[in-house]
Design a protein around this ligand. Sequence first.
Ligand code: AGP
Length: 609
Amino acid sequence: MCGIVGCIVKEQAGRVLASGLERLEYRGYDSAGIAVVTDDGIRVRRRVGKLAELLDDFDYDAFDGKVGIGHTRWATHGKPSEGNAHPIQDDTGDVVLVHNGIIENYKEIREELEGKGHVFATETDTEVIAHLISEIMQGDDLEGAVRETMRRLKGAYAIVVLHRRLPDRLVGARRDSPLVAGIGEGEYFLASDIPPLLEHTRDVLLLEDGEIVSLTPEGVRVTDLEGNTIERQPKEIEWNLLQAEKGGYPHFMLKEIHEQGVVVNDSLLGRIAEDGTVRLPELDMDADAVAAIDKIVIIGCGTSWHSALIGKFLIEELAEIPVEVDIGSEFRYRRSILGPSTLVLAITQSGETADTLASMRKARAHGARTISICNVIGSTASREADGVVYTQAGPEIGVASTKAFVSQLIVLNLLALHLGSMRGKITREASKEYTDELRAVRGRVETLIERADELDPIVDSYKHVDDFLYLGRGINYPIALEGALKLKEISYIHAEGYPAGELKHGPIALIEEKMPVLAVATPGETYAKISSNIDQVKARGGEVIAVVADDEANPPMGVDHLIRVPRCRETISPIVNVVPLQILSYRIAVARGCDVDQPRNLAKSVTVE
Ligand code: AGP
């Protein structure tokens, strides 16, 4: 996610914007820029890298205007570079804007405008917005041009726009990406998040989807897509700065759990055609190349290894390609059988995990094609792979991975569908039905987040235990592993995930009176089996928490707690089933007074062996 700031102030707009960008640094970014309307036109400065690159030799006097915009970029389309940094202009230099989000139909708009003579300068999706506003704008009606542009755009966006001829005006708009307005003393602000506003005002207008906001020295006006004025009272924000960086949540991890509905949406954006077929051009593999694959090896560490295990089920089920899965630290030293007909998928949120990078380099040395499923554009993994499919989860700050995991599973579903379709294993109708179900995942995830309080009796029952066993079967066995990892890494309870069928091969010896065992028992061909495993645990005095479908008519008998989740296709169920397990581990860790965002001994990215 990018960071946006805009201001109409009495003086020193450059300094105000610089300070605002510093308040957004926590979000993670790869480049930044500022634009200010000055007496001799709009002055723009952009730099790749950290804010220091932009601000260390910043000439505040040259940027001493009243109106300006600023941006920290988390790249989604177009590599991190000064050329792709915002603020971005149209080819006349009249329209200058900053954007947070993803424009799904930017390619067709770009082709249309290039056909009309527009000359594009960046690799970004954002640039089409500047050209479209310039193309549409009549006279000085910047607000009307933004409104009409919104009607053309598909995707998620929050934008703030300047125009050379309108030195006393800012126009903002949003759809599926946050934008807030700050009401000061004769000074007005826009931002993608509250922190940049707090040093100026605590009176904030929260904009809704489809709304346009116009700032002038006289004040703030909010309108809808039809141009109707919307009367809305500002809210007074009580948060301190640190609370504001977390969006009012007590921890980044909780904020990121709550972002998962939007993340599901963003991970799907632009990747499902109207007819339900999957589009993954970044794979850069034609039908012959896909047909030539005789084996796929998926590599990851930690949570990304759990995604890899689920990826095996998905690809073998939907594309019928044999898949091996390996932990990065094992694969890199193993004698591997790889070659040009092996496709190696490296899953890594950070793109910097040493063992995963070493495994990728080994795979390439053996002549295998490597694709990285990564969340950070410009990361080492994204640069060294033959191709990269970005998870579009936005910056993940909590050490315990949540939204990145969910986005990895979305991408793996899309990848499996895409490979299956290209190998003739999936019809267009079947793909449409499947992708419709993927689109419904957002609502299911958000429902489970709303129902979080239902987990409190479980939290209260088990927040003081020392041991926890998680069981799952089939595609939900990795969810048992993930649930256990979440609990152990933030609450320090010794939790183990196991395939439920392994119970009798050892772990059942652990079961004693009141030992908590969580079993993922959602619909699937092994439901009866895991129900039997639950009976075995109960028979030995263990206490069982069963994750079952909302409408399960025959829930496992005698369990101590039920966690009900919306029923969905078995191959999609891990995305839904993991959410209550994330929330459960979070709430237990908080109850134990643990440092949820920075657990002891852990780093967000393990860049060394
Ligand atoms: C997950 O909650 C952990 N933070 C950790 O296991 C993480 O998934 C692992 O280090 C891999 O990181 P990566 O996805 O950035 O490669």
